[in-house]
Each structure stands twice: as structure tokens, then as C-alpha cells.
Design a protein around this ligand. Structure first.
Ligand SMILES: [Zn+2]
Length: 150
């Protein structure tokens, strides 16, 4: 089991997020560059002590590290204890209705599922959810169902 913070909250849930980045923000960046830039937004712009998410996945399936999975994240108000925030960097697509939505690639989804599987060997993940389950937000732009991700 993985426990977070001094009070040792058991890590049992994955919360998926999207980032407010442009479609090609990630292109040409290695994972360290992505990590550095997200860290600047969260630490310098928001005043947090580290990246709010624990892991960030690019559309081509690479993983950047955020804060430690052993510390409490800063990704979903009121639900940071015992959860891990995973951010998927989207490719923006425009629907027939002219609405911009976040699109995730198969490589990226595979990488996230693979990571959750590895994580499940270290701690008992009981639930997968989306930021939109806990806040009045679209993030990650689709309904996250546990059975699709665990
Ligand atoms: Zn979110």
C-alpha cells in the first residue's frame, strides 16, 4: 500500500485530468522540458510547492513526473488525500458542431492504463474518476469510468 503525507492517507484512487495547453504544445519537447514548464505554471504562477499532478502523459505516450505519489497532490479540491492526479495532455479537435474538445491518442491511453496497472501492484486502486466527478469542470472532457481504466 502507498500512503500519502504525514497522516498516511492510503492511495486508492486515480483522478484523470487534462491540461489547458494548445494542440502542439508538447511537440518537440522532451519529458523534462514538459515537466519544467508545468512546474513553472504551478510553482511560480500559482505558488504551489510542486506540480499539482503526480504524472503527466503526452499524446505520444511519454510520461513526465510531477510530485511524488507519496505526497498529497494538488489537483482536485477536497479530494487530494488518497488520490493521484494524472494529467493527459490533449490534442484539440473541433467537432462538427464547432465545439473544441480534447482528444487523446491510443498510445497515450495505453500508457496511462499501463501506468495504473503498475501502480496497482504497489497500492490498491479501487476507483478511477475524473476531475469532472468532483468539480463543476469539463476536465478531462469525458466521463471516466473505473472499468475502463483499472
Ligand atoms: Zn482537472
Amino acid at each position: 500500500m502507498i500512503y500519502q503525507g504525514k497522516k498516511r492517507y492510503p492511495l486508492t484512487e486515480v483522478v484523470l485530468h487534462t491540461s489547458a495547453t494548445t494542440s502542439d504544445w508538447w511537440k518537440g519537447k522532451d519529458v523534462n522540458e514538459m515537466q519544467d514548464e508545468i512546474r513553472r505554471w504551478h510553482v511560480e504562477d500559482r505558488g504551489w510547492r510542486d506540480i499539482g499532478y503526480a504524472r503527466v502523459f503526452s499524446p505520444d505516450g511519454r510520461m513526465a513526473l510531477g510530485r511524488s505519489i507519496y505526497s498529497i497532490g494538488a489537483h482536485v479540491k477536497g479530494r487530494n488525500r488518497g488520490t493521484i492526479g494524472i494529467c493527459m495532455i490533449p490534442i484539440k479537435t473541433i467537432t462538427k458542431m464547432g465545439i473544441v474538445t480534447d482528444y487523446y491518442t491510443d498510445d497515450q491511453i495505453y500508457a496511462v492504463k499501463h501506468y495504473i496497472k503498475e501502480l496497482s501492484e504497489l497500492t490498491e486502486i479501487k476507483k478511477g474518476s475524473g476531475h469532472n466527478d468532483y468539480a463543476n469542470k469539463l476536465c478531462p472532457d469525458f466521463k471516466v469510468r473505473s472499468e475502463d481504466w483499472l
